[in-house]
Design a protein around this ligand. Structure first.
Ligand SMILES: Cc1ncc(COP(=O)(O)O)c(C=O)c1O
Length: 393
């Protein structure tokens, strides 16, 4: 066990304790202020310890993307797990049924009649009923029925009438909040506000249409209205429309943040709690007067994800306390085990130096590691085990 950051073998992934605490608390406070339940998406941390912390702070249930994650968190004692995903296949339904028979409230998404009928026939033929949410596309263009199509409300009513399925709510992910401003005249903040307002209003309009179509939960007012991405929630305000309000938010990335969020204006760089610690393993001068140096972290740690308005594959920081970008450096290439950095001649970096990098996308970086180092300044104060790292189904 290393006690000092200086002794950690690299490459490694660090999480700053106080920034983590700040981010976790800020999101819980936001949920309380807006009168919604926070059901964090655990695909970011895949960690039982982090989920426990979110629950201690007031999170109401968990969100997962995969059945295996649901099983892992259920084994750890979580009893209300939402699979924010269109679950397809009898093998998955059988696992969902087992979890629900063990006392865990399981819910998942449906967005096609084929999927709904398959789930209905599986659960109904076993005398069981499962909670489902109608996945709704309010502009991202991924899965989901479009909120504004006249057939969408009818689809909800048809699903509601199927045996074995209990339509408890509607769910959307405003992933287009990651696109940033629509044109040069729009500011970062205005873009976040636009998508966030759109996410709320379109969901409330859809709830209204479902009520008109006679969907039970919309008629009796119990309909769960679940929204969320970290960027859209950063600008979220809850207001009433047609007598409905958003009931639940599902951000995931917010506890670690990354260059994507910083560049979108979701949070400043100094709120990013997760960094990659890398060692400079080689340095050479270029013919044009610049220099190139190489880090011991390549695609397998930084991942090849790009980020909104980012020049490279993560931002190198100056100094050991993550705060300021190291000017004049760009991670402009990656091979599996090498990070390629182009630097201006005045950048003072030597072989053996250890640098911190805010990655472009923390969720995928976490999934490369069995555990992360929890740090406080120069001290290592614990480990965050990524319990779900190897779960692929
Ligand atoms: C369905 C769904 N819900 C919630 C989230 C959480 O969003 P974010 O990663 O922006 O916090 C995601 C992220 O991919 C998602 O796909």
């Amino acid at each position: 066990m290393q006690d000092r950051v200086a002794d950690i073998p690299t490459p490694a992934v660090l999480v700053d304790m106080s920034r983590l605490a700040f981010n976790l608390e800020a999101m819980q406070d936001k949920a309380a202020k807006e009168g919604v339940r926070l059901r964090p998406h655990t695909k970011t941390h895949k960690s039982i310890a982090m989920a426990n912390r979110q629950r201690e702070l007031g999170a109401h249930g968990l969100t997962v993307a995969k059945m295996g994650e649901a099983e892992m968190f259920a084994r750890a004692g979580f009893d209300d797990i939402r699979i924010a995903y269109a679950l397809i296949g009898e093998e998955k339904y059988a696992r969902a049924l087992r979890l629900s028979e063990s006392g865990c409230r399981i819910s998942f998404c449906v967005d096609t009649m084929e999927g709904a009928r398959a789930a209905s026939s599986f659960f109904a033929s076993r005398g069981a009923t499962v909670d489902v949410l109608i996945e709704t596309d309010i502009g991202y263009g991924r899965c989901g029925v479009r909120w504004d199509q006249s057939e969408a409300a009818g689809f909800g009513a048809e699903v509601d009438a199927l045996p074995g399925l209990n339509v408890v709510g509607i769910l959307t992910h405003a992933g287009h909040a990651y696109n940033g401003p629509k044109d040069e005249s729009e500011s970062l903040q205005a873009a976040l506000q636009r998508v966030s307002d759109q996410e709320r209003d379109r969901m409330l309009d859809f709830a209204d249409a479902l009520r008109t179509a006679g969907v039970g939960a919309a008629v009796d007012g119990s309909l769960e209205i679940s929204v969320g991405s970290t960027p859209s929630i950063s600008a979220f305000t809850n207001t009433e429309r047609h007598g409905f309000r958003v009931t639940e938010i599902r951000p995931g990335n917010y506890l670690y943040l990354d260059m994507t969020q910083a560049n979108l204006g979701v949070a400043p760089l100094d709120r990013c709690s997760l960094t990659v610690l890398a060692t400079v393993i080689s340095r050479h001068d270029n013919a044009d007067g610049t220099q190139r140096f190489f880090l011991d972290s390549g695609k397998k740690v930084l991942t090849s994800d790009t980020a909104f308005r980012a020049d490279g594959y993560g931002q190198i920081l100056s100094g050991t306390q993550p705060a300021q970008p190291m000017d004049g450096t760009v991670i402009n290439g990656l091979s599996e085990e090498h990070g390629w950095v182009r630097a201006t001649s005045d950048v003072d970096v030597s072989v053996g130096d250890r640098l911190r990098i805010v990655p472009n996308h923390s969720c995928v970086v976490v999934n490369t590691q069995p555990e992360l180092y929890l740090v406080n300044g120069d001290d290592v104060v614990g480990r965050i085990v990524v319990d779900g790292q190897s779960l692929v189904v």
